[in-house]
Write a protein that binds this ligand. Structure first.
Ligand SMILES: Nc1ncnc2c1ncn2[C@@H]1O[C@H](COP(=O)(O)OP(=O)(O)OP(=O)(O)O)[C@@H](O)[C@H]1O
Ligand SMILES: [Mg+2]
Length: 185
């Protein structure tokens, strides 16, 4: 069985976490990796954490539960790709610790994009609502986002195409010997 690792996408809403997670999963499957599981904020919040809101406490509880699942999956050889705003540094650090304590690599990808561009992009119309005050606790508007201090990869989605950002991530994985050019390890 191939080696597992965790790719953790963090960044503001609309920055490109889901887009890149979907593309990464697709690429890994094309390369022959079969045990790949994606966990995405929008989907997880409809099920595993549907009882939670967007206070600091609830956001951290959301990530704590996801961390539990991520640990179980990655411990059992599943490449786990997580896409969550995960605005709090401490919550991300805790997930990192529960993965790396098993010797499993944790790759934090900071999906970076200036707020002005996101407000312009607004794929879900959420920024418009948050700016009108119709949604409260919206990250980047009236809720904080703590930037990663030492992410393994930074993608700047206002300057790069999806393909270029994906390439950066794949290059990191190749350089770390987590994936080979063509075949699973
Ligand atoms: N380099 C890039 N990487 C990823 N997405 C990009 C890039 N350049 C432009 N985009 C566009 O940015 C948008 C990102 O939306 P996406 O739903 O992936 O964001 P998200 O980070 O998952 O947001 P949310 O936290 O609300 O789920 C898409 O429309 C995508 O096509
Ligand atoms: Mg998303």
């Amino acid at each position: 069985m191939h080696k597992s690792f965790v790719v953790w996408f963090t960044g503001l809403s609309g920055a490109g976490k889901t887009t890149l997670a979907v593309e990464l999963e697709k690429k890994l499957r094309e390369l022959g990796y079969e045990n790949v599981q994606r966990l995405d904020g929008d989907i997880v919040r409809q099920d595993l954490t549907r009882d939670l809101g967007f206070t600091r406490e609830d956001r951290n509880e959301n990530i704590r539960r996801v961390g539990f699942v991520t640990e179980l999956l990655s411990k059992n050889g599943v490449i786990t790709i997580c896409s969550f705003i995960s605005p709090y540094r401490d919550a991300r650090k805790k997930v990192r610790e529960r993965v790396t304590k098993h010797g499993i690599p944790f790759i934090e990808v900071y999906v970076k994009c200036p707020l002005e561009v996101l407000i312009e992009r607004d794929p879900k119309g959420l920024y418009a609502k948050a700016l009108r005050g119709e949604i409260k606790n919206f990250t980047g508007i009236d809720d904080p986002y703590e930037e990663p201090e030492n992410p393994e990869v930074i993608v700047e989605t206002d300057k790069e195409t999806v393909e270029e950002s994906l390439e950066k991530i794949l290059n990191y994985l190749k350089n770390e010997n987590l994936i080979l050019g063509g075949r699973p390890k």
